[in-house]
Design a protein around this ligand. Structure first.
Ligand SMILES: Cc1cc2nc3c(=O)[nH]c(=O)nc-3n(C[C@H](O)[C@H](O)[C@H](O)COP(=O)(O)O)c2cc1C
Length: 173
C-alpha cells in the first residue's frame, strides 16, 4: 500500500496547493439562513455542476467554516455567481466581516422563502441540500437546483493564483 499520509507542510501538500493555484474558478457566495433565522454566507470557489437531470451542483465547505453547521439536509440556500465588480463582496464574505454583518456589503434581498440572494450577481442559483458527504476537511453539499436567475453580460469574477482575475477571449489580443 502506498503511504498516503500527509501533513500540512509535506511536499505533496505543497504540490497540491501549487496545482490548485492553476485551477481558475468563478467566485461565488453561498448564502442561507441559520436555525435562528439569521443570514449566513461565505465566499466559495469549490462549486461545480454535478448533474443536468436533475439539475444539481456541489459546494465544498470547510468544516471550520461557520456555514458548515448551518447547511442541513433539505435546507434552502443560494449560490451567487459574482461578476468582476464584486470583489468587495468576496472580500467581506471571506473574513472581511463576520456573521450577518457581511450582508451590509452588496445588494442583498430575500426570496419568498427568506433565502438571501445578491440582486445584481451574474446568476443566483437557488438550491435545496439533497445530500451531504463528509470528506477530509470538507463537507460536500449537493444542491438540487430549484430556480435560477441570470442578469447582465457574462463577466465572471475569477480566482486564480491567489488573485482575482477576469476572463478574456483567446481571439482578442
Ligand atoms: C476566493 C476564495 C474562495 C474560497 N473558496 C472556499 C471554498 O470553496 N470552500 C471553503 O470552505 N472556503 C472557501 N474560502 C474560504 C472562506 O470564504 C473563508 O474561510 C470564510 O471566512 C469562512 O466563513 P466563516 O468566516 O463564516 O467561517 C474561499 C475564500 C476565498 C477568498
Amino acid at each position: 500500500m502506498p503511504d498516503t499520509s500527509n501533513t500540512p507542510t509535506s511536499p505533496l501538500d505543497q504540490a497540491f496547493r501549487a496545482a490548485m493555484r492553476r485551477l481558475a474558478a468563478t467566485v461565488t457566495v453561498l448564502s442561507a439562513r441559520d436555525a435562528e433565522g439569521r443570514r449566513c454566507g461565505m465566499t466559495a470557489t469549490a462549486v461545480t455542476s454535478v448533474s443536468a437531470e436533475p439539475p444539481a451542483l456541489l459546494a465544498c465547505v470547510n468544516r471550520s467554516a461557520a456555514l458548515h453547521a448551518h447547511l442541513g439536509l433539505g435546507q434552502s440556500f443560494c449560490i451567487n455567481l459574482l461578476h468582476t465588480g464584486q470583489q468587495p463582496v468576496s472580500d467581506i464574505f471571506s473574513g472581511g466581516a463576520e456573521g450577518p454583518a457581511r450582508f451590509a456589503t452588496g445588494a442583498w434581498q430575500d426570496d419568498a422563502e427568506a433565502v438571501p440572494y445578491l440582486l445584481d450577481a451574474q446568476a443566483n442559483i437557488f438550491c435545496a441540500v439533497e445530500a451531504i458527504h463528509a470528506y477530509g476537511t470538507h463537507g460536500i453539499f449537493i444542491g438540487r437546483v430549484l430556480r435560477v436567475l441570470c442578469q447582465g453580460n457574462i463577466a465572471p469574477l475569477v480566482y486564480q493564483d491567489g488573485r482575482y482575475m477576469r476572463t478574456q477571449p483567446l481571439d482578442q489580443p
